[in-house]
Unconditional design. Structure first.
Length: 483
């Protein structure tokens, strides 16, 4: 009887150990997990403002000024794809109010321009090129409209919501619907040429406006300063904080009473909030050039700068949203194309070969065969190593079998169960002793650690030193930056 009891106890414990860990804190939705997979995407600004050589249009440009000499969506999207971008957001209407599709809501739209003899739909052309090249498509329609005579009155909200409904209905599934906090000021407003102010806490009726997004585009992530799905990182420099949490709780800034786009707790945006109420990862937006619109006097960022931004955005669990600015032809300048191509090649070549893929690995603790340590080297982020519930610290030792030289370390948690790890060290075996090469905090969806100099070793050890719950890790990689 005693022996039977012990066998049952063992089997019971074994079965329990094979159960997945309980989720910790806020966890990502299906749409957010799909967004994490995209990692790098682009934001295209191309309106009459391009032809005015401005950054912000006033809303008074003649529609006939929008006249690209050789618009080529395929050229733009092919260059983006070569840059490793997996999604494109088109600014369908910027603050100037000019709509790039033949909308029924305003006469200030592309059908009154010379583009395609007034029969064009630039949103459709870009969408088709995006899907042809296998990228995801998203849209931005500015809530502020410096042309519309009704802006600032209750009538405008129904116009804006009707524009969203048109865009959501006619251009296929979107991966993101992008919103920002621009909300009132001087404008043309149908010829009034005046300054109009609105109460941004209530004017756009965000809860009901975003309910339209949820109904018509359930897989579209809502991006804004306050989410709902993806938050702004709080700068336009293209990077998140060194410690980066995917969870966040939008709050009103000091002295204000509501958190809305254009009014939020920005000091906490780059880092996020540990144990925040919502899974709300950061988007790091940055123009490829100095400005969001094309200016002939500017040059694109170098591939080296772009790769550094990649490490500090995607490599900190965020997304990188790179601003693309077609010129007056309606194409990306050759300099931009080359910068994207070289950047894309560097990312592709650097991460093509995981130098740890053939390593043998020993974990100080494991949850069971289903969650064994080898899962972090199988190239499948849906599988993962996990510790037992009572083990909140652990070490993973990798024997690379032969010496390998690397300068980038990649770590990924299994984020469907939340962001758990809070502190860890990476060590290498050097001169017959373990030497620490990095001390870190957050991991999350992806952590890319760039060492100052390449190191060569045959053994690597990851020591996880702090977590409120048991551990998960889905991927581990060692890489050498390769142009």
């Amino acid at each position: 009887m005693k022996r039977l009891f012990l066998i049952l106890l063992f089997l019971s414990g074994y079965g329990y150990a094979q159960n997945a860990p309980e989720p910790y804190g806020a966890v990502p939705s299906k749409r957010q997990l799909a967004w994490h997979d995209i990692e790098v995407y682009g934001l295209i600004h191309f309106t009459p403002t391009t032809f005015e050589n401005k950054e912000w249009g006033f809303g008074d440009a003649d529609p006939k000024s929008f006249n690209p000499t050789d618009f080529n969506a395929e050229q733009i999207i092919s260059a983006a794809k070569a840059g490793g971008l997996k999604g494109i957001i088109l600014v369908a209407k910027h603050h100037d109010g000019f709509a790039l599709w033949p909308t029924k809501t305003t006469n200030y739209n592309i059908s009154n321009s010379p583009f395609r003899n007034g029969k064009g739909d630039l949103v459709k052309e870009v969408e088709q090129a995006v899907r042809k090249n296998g990228l995801k498509f998203g849209l931005y329609c500015s809530p502020w409209d410096r042309n519309n005579p009704n802006y600032g009155t209750p009538t405008y909200l129904s116009i804006y919501q009707a524009q969203l409904k048109e865009l959501y209905s006619n251009y296929g599934e979107l991966f993101i619907s992008w919103f920002d906090g621009a909300n009132g000021g001087d404008g043309y407003y149908g010829g009034a040429r005046e300054r109009r102010s609105i109460d941004n806490t209530v004017y756009y009726d965000w809860n009901n406006t975003w309910a339209i997004t949820r109904k018509k585009q359930p897989m579209a992530n809502i991006f804004s300063d306050i989410g709902w799905d993806v938050r702004w990182v709080g700068n336009e420099d293209g990077h998140a904080a060194e410690t980066s949490w995917a969870t966040f709780t939008p709050m009103a800034p000091e002295g204000k009473n509501a958190a809305v786009p254009g009014q939020a707790n920005y000091p906490q945006s780059p880092m996020g909030i540990r144990n925040g109420k919502f899974w709300m990862p950061a988007e790091c937006d940055v123009p490829l050039r100095k400005g969001w619109f094309y200016h002939a006097t500017e040059k694109p960022k170098t591939p080296e700068t772009l790769f550094d931004l990649y490490l500090k955005s995607v490599g900190r669990g965020a997304g990188l949203d790179l601003g693309l600015a077609p010129d007056t032809r309606g194409q990306l300048h050759a300099d931009d194309v080359e910068a994207l191509r070289t950047f894309g090649s560097t990312v592709k070549n650097t991460f093509a070969n995981n130098l740890a893929k053939n390593a043998s690995i020993v974990a100080s603790n494991t949850r069971g065969k289903k969650f064994e340590a080898s899962k972090i080297l199988d190239g499948n982020k849906e599988s993962y190593w996990a510790s037992t519930d009572d083990m909140h610290t652990a070490s993973l030792e990798l024997d690379l079998k032969t010496p390998q030289s690397f300068d980038i370390i990649s770590l990924q948690e299994y984020i469907p169960l939340g962001q758990r790890i809070e502190s860890y060290n990476v060590e290498i075996w050097f001169n017959n002793t373990w030497q620490k090469v990095y001390k870190g905090t957050s991991i999350g969806a992806k952590r890319l650690i760039k060492l100052d100099d390449a190191v060569t070793t045959s053994k690597v050890r990851l020591i996880i030193t702090q977590s409120p719950v048991c551990l998960t890790l889905s991927e581990f990689g060692l890489y050498k930056k390769t142009p």
